[in-house]
Write a protein that binds this ligand. Structure first.
Ligand code: G4P
Length: 527
């Protein structure tokens, strides 16, 4: 690929994650998007994987039980001459630091909200990470075919809870059984929910600049249309201004209403999203350089490591976001952390239905590299002569903690080796109690513990015993402000792996109590 071809290829990449609270409809909408892109042929494909019906024998046990599919964690398809990469962000019990880290590898996020529920906890957490990165966020208010909350109320809640401005791109006519359609403010047209029932199958009705229906169209309940048109026009006048720049900076979220299940509003969403979704972004390095995605030298960073997908091979897959240049099978690269040269011979691209071998991929794409233990999360690899090290990925404050011990006290060596390697790799966070040498590990989701236990057994031959100490609020304290008497059973004092002290508070109450008692002490959280 010459420079010009590379530029053309990179500029048509759109890489984004879909975030939502479980059950808001992330899988359903993803599937619709894949259908539009021709990446799957039948609805239910991704879903069946999720429920385990299609589980392949070579997934690790935990994956099988939970039906997590690696192949659906990165999906690629073509639409309107754009190459789209969707990254899944697992929710529920599968929630882990990887979920957060995935957001480090995308250029935009789509937030799916259940219109009957509004903004929920897990969305809030993920949203925070998106905002920290300043990436554009697009909102899809889903399940409009069911009775939900008032659109205006949803928009207000979104703005208030997430502290972001919102701009409705369309506005529903009715809801639930009475859902007639959407007033598409952005395209100045009406999109009908069931066009076959009232407009001879024609989905879109164009409007005049004044919002009048153009031409002769049969629609039901004209008075409702008039009412919604008036409402929406008012909203356009009184609401936030539409600004592409504000969208790009993540300060304004365009809001789309629709129903993923009945495939209503999804295509409009996709097409409008593609108008505004950014191209692969430049990245800054520790060496204080800016790496342009169209630079010819290849570079990328690892944001996730998935272990043991195939127990027969005990392989791991390191997920790499390509930041510049082109990946070619068999290429020689340098692992920045160790200045080590290596050849990338085995790699894989992910699709909804199958794992395909990559022959070439460019900046913006995500590839999986088979790994035998060379990579850690956050690692940079590059092909040029000049060293490239992308900035460290942020650490996230764990919320769940367990005490961990080797079941067999005679096997301390493999226990320590396993823990140290898994911690370095970024699979889990490690803490030590302040005086005794007991180990506490922290995670943001329960799955991380299960994966940890499984990998300790399978890769390090170490059975571990974990005793939950439950949900805790972790807050760091500076060494000079620390007085060891501050610790108690309600705020356990521990050290992180860099020896920094922190408290694990039992709950908000314990945290407040502490802050009241020691008003001068500054407590900090990670992200
Ligand atoms: P998730 O990935 O965000 O967890 O959500 P998922 O797509 O699995 O959707 C959760 C449930 O909500 C599913 O129902 C799904 O069919 C339903 N759903 C998704 N989008 C819509 C929508 O636009 N309207 C309505 N009415 N329902 C929607 P389920 O009963 O849990 O699963 P299933 O048995 O239907 O597969």
């Amino acid at each position: 690929m010459n420079k010009k071809e590379l530029e053309t290829e990179v500029k048509r990449r759109r890489t984004f994650a879909i975030i939502s609270h479980p059950d808001a409809g992330k899988t359903t909408i993803t599937e619709q998007l894949l259908l539009f892109g021709g990446a799957i042929r039948q609805a239910g494909t991704v879903k069946a994987k999720k429920s385990g019906k299609f589980a392949k024998s070579d997934w690790m046990e935990i994956e099988k039980q939970r039906g997590i599919s690696v192949t659906s964690s990165v999906m690629q398809f073509e639409y309107q001459n754009k190459r789209i990469n969707i990254l899944d962000t697992p929710g529920h019990e599968d929630f882990s630091e990887d979920t957060y880290r995935t957001l480090m590898a995308v250029d935009a996020a789509v937030m799916v909200v259940d219109s009957a529920k509004g903004i929920e906890e897990q969305t809030k957490k993920l949203f925070k990470v998106c905002r920290m990165r300043g990436i554009p966020i697009f909102t899809f208010m889903n399940k409009l075919d069911r009775d939900g909350r008032e659109p205006l109320e949803l928009i207000e809640e979104l703005e208030e809870v997430l502290e972001i401005d919102a701009y409705p791109m369309n506005w529903p006519f009715g809801s639930g059984k009475n859902l007639l359609g959407l007033y598409d403010l952005y395209h100045n047209r009406i999109e009908l929910h069931r066009p076959e029932e009232m407009n001879g199958g024609e989905r879109f009705i164009p409007l005049t600049a004044e919002g009048e229906i153009e031409g002769d169209h049969k629609i039901k309940n004209e008075s409702l249309y008039d009412q919604v048109l008036d409402e929406a026009l008012l909203l356009k006048e009184a609401g936030n201004d539409f600004s592409k720049e504000a969208i790009t900076k993540g300060k304004l979220t365009p809001v789309f209403f629709g129903s993923a299940l009945t495939n209503f509003g999804v295509q409009t969403f996709l097409e409008t999203f593609l108008e505004f979704a950014p191209e692969p972004a430049e990245q800054e390095t520790v060496e204080e350089k800016v790496i342009e995605p169209t630079d010819e030298e290849f570079s990328g960073f690892i944001f996730k490591i998935q272990a043991n997908m195939d127990p027969k091979h005990r392989d791991r897959i390191a997920f790499l976001r390509i930041c510049s240049g082109q990946f070619e099978k068999g290429m020689d690269v340098t692992l920045s952390r160790e200045d080590k040269k290596m050849r990338l011979s085995n790699s894989t691209q992910f699709m909804a239905e199958s794992r395909e071998t990559v022959s070439s991929a460019v900046a913006g794409d995500i590839i999986g590299l088979y790994d035998t233990g060379n990579f850690q999360i956050g690692d940079t690899i590059y092909s040029g002569k000049n060293k490239v090290t992308f900035k460290e990925l942020p650490q996230f404050t764990p919320e769940l903690f367990v005490k961990v011990e080797a079941k067999n006290v005679m096997k301390q060596k493999s226990f320590h080796k396993g823990i140290n390697q898994l911690v370095q790799e970024g699979a889990i966070q490690l803490y030590k109690s302040y005086h005794a040498e007991s180990y506490i590990i922290g995670a943001v989701g329960q799955l991380q513990f299960e994966v940890f236990q499984h990998r300790m057994r399978n890769e390090y031959n170490s059975e571990v015993v974990m005793t939950s100490i439950g949900n805790r609020i972790a807050r760091w304290i500076s060494q000079d402000q620390l007085d060891e008497n501050m610790g108690s059973s309600r705020n356990v004092l521990v050290r992180d792996r860099f020896d920094n002290p922190l408290f694990l508070f039992e709950n908000q109450f314990a945290l407040r109590w502490f802050s009241d008692k020691y008003p001068d002490v500054e407590l900090t959280a990670l992200l």
